[in-house]
Ligand binder design. Structure first.
Ligand SMILES: Cc1cc2nc3c(=O)[nH]c(=O)nc-3n(C[C@H](O)[C@H](O)[C@H](O)COP(=O)(O)O)c2cc1C
Length: 306
């Protein structure tokens, strides 16, 4: 049988395999991100960086439940000015594409952080739209509103020529509308999904387990939600999609690719399968393709729509 090729592309960025370290899982340190690359990640996305230093929420910030994890980390980070060095370290040493992730509390802050991040000349920047809009009355995440999300992308695009990935949230009435809005605003690609809102209550103390009470669900439980979102986004836009949410095995990755993703991000599965989950998932994708006569990743992208 002909050899299987698991390389893929996000726009012009070539990845040797379709697995990417998802933002926030191994922290911001450049060395930690490089460790994921050494363990097979085709690209890496460090923790989201915002306009200024932020401590994040108090402990407990993470709890496991039967279907995955619930977290309320609260976007702790050192701020853009103090983080450029770590990102630069990762870009020099990872040996794979490094995709910085940015966020802001206002649209203008997104623009400012994007402009500073772009000075490092990364190949792509992921824009985390799932953070509270501190400039609005309810502090709702930008990702929940098509106009707010599109405004952020427009401002970011006006500040940098680096191609932009808009990272979307699943808890919206129509992810097609949000996807279309960010595409029209100039997003070059879309990644989906961020975590799904959730809560775990300790019945012995009758209190929510997380200090922040509410958090975001990741892992197995959100995989069908993610596949559904990717399937919808694929029908709504022409730009490439990066899928994530519960990818733990090669078949999970293939499922997202068949829904329309060109690559997949992996986060929570590191807790289950170790940091070399990237190599394991890549090997499993390869094995699946060999057993099912697919030669290239592009042979599988979006085929569930046919
Ligand atoms: C502990 C933790 C921290 C996270 N931090 C970020 C973050 O800083 N920026 C971001 O865009 N997503 C963040 N996420 C969301 C993940 O990147 C990803 O979208 C989500 O966990 C779904 O993928 P998974 O099921 O493979 O983990 C975080 C997730 C977890 C579990």
């Amino acid at each position: 049988m002909a050899t299987v090729d698991i390389s893929t592309k996000i726009l012009n960025v070539k990845l040797t395999n379709p697995t990417i370290l998802a933002s926030g899982i191994v922290g911001i340190s450049g060395a930690a991100c490089c460790y994921a690359a050494k363990n097979g990640a085709g690209a890496i996305i460090p923790k989201s960086i915002g306009p200024r230093e932020r401590e994040g929420h108090n402990n407990p910030i993470l709890v496991e439940f039967k279907g995955g994890f619930l977290n309320a980390v609260g976007l702790p980070n050192a701020g853009i000015d103090n983080s450029l060095g770590e990102i630069e370290f990762a870009m020099k040493n990872a040996g794979v594409p490094v995709i910085p992730s940015i966020f802001g509390g206002t649209k203008e802050e997104f623009g400012m952080v994007a402009e500073k991040m772009a000075t490092l000349k990364p190949q792509l920047i992921e824009v985390n739209l799932s953070c509270p809009n501190t400039g609005s009355d309810f502090g709702e995440a930008f990702a929940l509103n098509a106009k707010e999300a599109a405004d952020v992308i427009r401002i970011v695009k006006s500040k940098t020529k680096v191609p932009i990935i808009a990272k979307l949230a699943p808890n919206v009435p129509s992810i097609k509308k949000i996807a279309k809005a960010v595409e029209e605003a100039g997003a070059d690609a879309i990644s989906a999904i961020n975590t799904m809102p959730g809560m775990v209550i300790d019945v012995k103390t009758a209190k929510p387990v997380l200090h922040n009470k509410q958090g975001g669900v990741s892992g197995h439980a959100i995989k069908p939600i993610a596949v559904n979102c990717i399937y919808d986004i694929y029908e709504a836009v022409k730009i490439p999609i990066i899928g994530m949410g519960g990818v733990t095995t090669g078949e999970d990755a293939v499922e997202m690719i068949m829904a329309g993703a060109v690559a997949v991000e992996i986060g929570t599965a590191i807790y289950y399968r170790g940091i070399d989950v990237f190599r394991k998932v890549s090997d499993e994708i390869k094995q699946f393709m060999e057993e099912n006569s697919y030669g290239r990743i592009s042979d599988m992208i979006g085929i569930a729509h046919k």
